[in-house]
Design a protein around this ligand. Sequence first.
Ligand code: PEP
Length: 251
Amino acid sequence: MKIKALVAGNWKMNGLKASAKEVKALARLIAKSPKKARCDVLICPPATLVSTLKEAAKGSKIAIGGQDCHANASGAHTGDISAEMLKDAGATYVIVGHSERRADHGETSEMVNAKTQAVHRAGLIAIVCVGETEAQRDAGETLTVIREQLAGSLPKGITAKNTIVAYEPVWAIGTGRTPTADDVAKVHAAIRAVLKKRFKSEGEAMRLLYGGSVKASNAVELMGVPNVNGALVGGASLKAADFDGIIAAYR
Ligand code: PEP
């Protein structure tokens, strides 16, 4: 099955209004490349920049997304932002369950499940992150952890259009270390099997991203792994030239 890839950038807690210049530069790089990239492109900035970057990306193929949302649409939740608000600001995707939120904010798979439903309620696409810690990997628990996170985090009735799964080994995020292509293939095959069993043809067509220290120099190898339909990129998404170097894996 042919699945259109997505190269998504997660800016985390980085970026000011001036960072709009990176989005404009990326749009220029994408447009002037002699070879068209066969992938979708997304940048998820801090919520404060969603509308600014949406404006900066006007006329380009770059979509803008959020990094998290509250499960409710509105209410007494000081400091939180809903999926509806992100949509109103110009987002079309929302990352949920990133390991930094699971670790820093104690987010459980049950909470991620509620957030995923909120993203769908708002008519947006959820990027649901799963991944094992180094200790879990060393204990040989990778697949057990991933299966548990998938079972808990994915609501029933999801589709290939409204949900993307990102496999991000926690120990590979921001460390410069990556699993081998074989290891990524094994985990992605296991994720695909879970999705196919639970969501049938929708699970077969769902995009599976790999994330964790993806950069231009390893993108071709990692993006060439079976069942890898794109990347979720942190550090290397902040600068237009670096991010374009990853998008180039699809040219
Ligand atoms: C991430 O935070 O989602 C990520 C993959 O980060 P990095 O690319 O910097 O490892």
